[in-house]
Design a protein around this ligand. Structure first.
Ligand code: GAR
Length: 201
């Protein structure tokens, strides 16, 4: 097998998607570091339980986004990261950082992009009244949730749904498609043509 993809997973919260990536045991990809901007994120415990190095970089300790990102970059370089997976990472990255990892940062969003970008996507979909929502894995470009789409999954919205019940069903799909997208990357099966990400299985 070719060299494994060295992946860094960026988190801010619970880390259920980090867990899904760990549990998937993708042969072509190794999680070499978990980066958290939140020192209290439960995701940190998950990483430690699985003996994955953790770097906590609290954005509140930096006077600018650029300084914060310089520190992230410095730490990532130590791990020689090839791919970054944002998994509930609640900070916006600057164009400079994104350019350094062009087409090598993935994000997971809890809606069918381009619908409901930004924060509170689950609530936005519920309030809007759409009958289907879902989740999206995409490459990160310089906009907010605008990059080329890798995989999506559809989740129906029922009349009885609350934000919690809907989020639970979206999570189930996220835990399935995020590892799948990472595997495809690791196996070199993703090709970007303009806005389209083509999958060669
Ligand atoms: C996920 O549902 C992900 O789609 C969302 O944060 C959650 C993280 O959950 N991301 C965004 O809203 C990004 N705009 P987790 O910490 O349990 O993986």
């Amino acid at each position: 097998m070719n060299k494994k993809t060295r992946m860094g997973v960026f988190v801010s919260g619970s880390g259920s998607n980090l867990q899904a990536l760990i549990d998937a045991k993708i042969p072509s990809v190794e999680i070499v570091v978990v980066v958290s901007n939140n020192p209290d994120a439960y995701a940190i415990e998950r990483a430690k339980k699985n003996k994955i190095p953790v770097e906590v970089i609290d954005h509140r300790n930096y006077s600018s986004r650029e300084d914060f990102e310089r520190e992230i970059q410095k730490r990532l370089d130590q791990y020689k990261v090839d791919l970054i997976a944002l998994a509930g990472f609640m900070r916006i990255l600057t164009p400079l950082f994104i350019r350094n990892y062009k087409n090598r940062i993935m994000n997971l969003h809890p809606a069918l992009l381009p619908s409901f970008p930004g924060t509170n996507a689950v609530k936005q979909a519920l309030m809007y009244g759409v009958k289907f929502t879902g989740c999206t894995v995409h490459f990160v470009d310089e906009g907010v949730d605008t990059g080329p789409i890798i995989l999506q999954a559809v989740v129906p919205i029922y009349d009885t749904d609350t934000e919690e019940s809907l989020l639970e069903r979206i999570h189930k799909e996220e835990h399935r498609i995020y590892p799948e997208a990472v595997r495809l990357f690791g196996e070199g099966k993703l090709r970007i043509e303009g806005r389209r990400v083509l999958v060669s299985e």
